[in-house]
Design a protein around this ligand. Structure first.
Ligand SMILES: *Cc1c(COP(=O)(O)O)cnc(C)c1O
Length: 363
């Protein structure tokens, strides 16, 4: 079986270094908000070519703390793509902001910048772009709108570590960017972890307080904060893995390039091939009108696939309030997408076998 993603294999090259780093923390007697986190925050800010990085407990909290720090009045509207993981939308609900779902471009499957303006009202305060699958949104068009209407841009880059847009690193483009280091992400911890990057020093400082009960100095609380800290062991593990992120993304690009060149199956829609080198290829998402038949066929040939995602946010029980929304592009995407295995530990033979097997599917 070619697994969709085998985390044992992904982490195998780093295990000795990870064990040494973890042991160092364990024996140090300092487990929360210490040197490992400070070092990771510097290294990741540097990697993203941005002034500030604040480590937090996970990607969901990274998005939540950005909006909490921005402190928009309750009922403010935030534009968000309808084709996303539910974690992009939940933080808005927690903070009593109103998510305004906008359809994706059917080809990139990312927020369609040309549809955003029609959804802007006097209550709109921000646009949350989601660099889904590892590709950046159309930031030129979105930035122009944000400027015209005085909106903040926040990016959910949980799937986009190392992605670029016109040569600029994701993490340095939006007003603030949220990252997740969930184990399956391009840069994954061995547990939960996340971070916010921003060039806004005031915002970074506020998020730094908010993640620690709203406190800068112990027992003095300036804000009603939360407990959302990135612990020292996870930070130490991320310090081990970060230097290899570019090399791993390079391997992902190589595989994506081969899939794009060599998969040839009528009715199968491949992702756009215009930004292979800027995309970090967290997921390689194709579309087929007979999804289940293709998934079963691949499984019968020992190829494991996945679906990101099977049910859109507005069709979830958790969002009954949005059930009346009509979002046909999003709904069709959710019925047709299949994620093929794409990760840095796949062999050339596995890649060739996947291509050959797909090309033999009779559709
Ligand atoms: C993984 C993910 C998140 C959430 O990250 P966690 O660390 O699991 O909280 C948010 N948005 C997107 C698009 C994701 O893929």
């Amino acid at each position: 079986m070619i697994p969709f993603l085998d985390l044992n294999l992904v982490n195998a090259p780093y295990l000795d270094a990870i064990e040494a780093a973890s042991l160092r923390v364990i024996r140090s007697g300092w487990y929360i908000l210490g040197e490992e986190l400070a070092a990771f925050e510097r290294a990741f800010a540097n990697y993203c070519q941005v002034g500030h990085c604040v480590g937090v407990a996970n990607g969901l909290d990274a998005i939540t703390l950005i909006f909490k720090a921005m402190d928009f009045p309750p009922g403010s509207e935030v534009i968000v793509p309808a084709n996303t993981y539910i974690a992009s939308v939940l933080p808005l609900s927690f903070l009593h902001l109103t998510p305004v779902l906008v359809e994706p471009d059917p080809y990139t499957m990312l927020l369609d910048a040309s549809l955003v303006e029609a959804h802007i009202t006097t209550k709109t305060r921000a646009i949350l772009t989601v660099d889904l699958y590892g590709r950046s949104c159309e930031m030129d068009a979105i930035s122009a709108l944000a400027e015209t209407y005085d909106l903040k841009i926040v990016t959910d880059a949980a799937q986009a570590h190392g992605t670029k847009y016109q040569g600029k690193k994701v993490g340095s483009i939006a007003h603030a960017t949220a990252f997740s280091f969930y184990p399956t992400k391009n840069l994954g911890a061995l547990g939960d972890a996340g971070a916010v990057t921003t060039s806004d020093e005031t915002l970074a400082k506020k998020i730094r307080y908010l993640r620690n009960y709203g406190s800068q100095q112990r027992y003095k609380n300036e804000y009603q904060g939360v407990n959302s800290r990135l612990d020292e062991i996870q930070a130490a593990i991320l310090n081990v893995k970060l230097p290899y992120l570019d090399k791993e993304n390079e391997r992902r690009r190589e595989i994506a390039g081969r899939y794009l060149d060599e998969i040839k199956l009528s009715q199968l829609i491949l992702p756009p091939a215009d930004r292979v080198q800027e995309d970090s290829w967290h997921l390689f998402v194709v579309r087929h009108p007979e999804r289940q038949r293709l998934i079963s066929y691949l499984e019968s040939k020992s190829i494991q696939t996945n679906v990101h995602y099977p049910l859109p946010v507005h069709k979830q029980l958790a969002y009954k309030s949005m059930a009346q929304l009509i979002l046909p592009v999003t709904e069709q995407i959710h019925e047709e997408v299949i994620s093929l295995p794409l990760n840095p530990v796949m062999s050339d033979e596995e890649v060739a076998y996947i291509i050959e097997t797909i090309n033999q599917f009779d559709s």
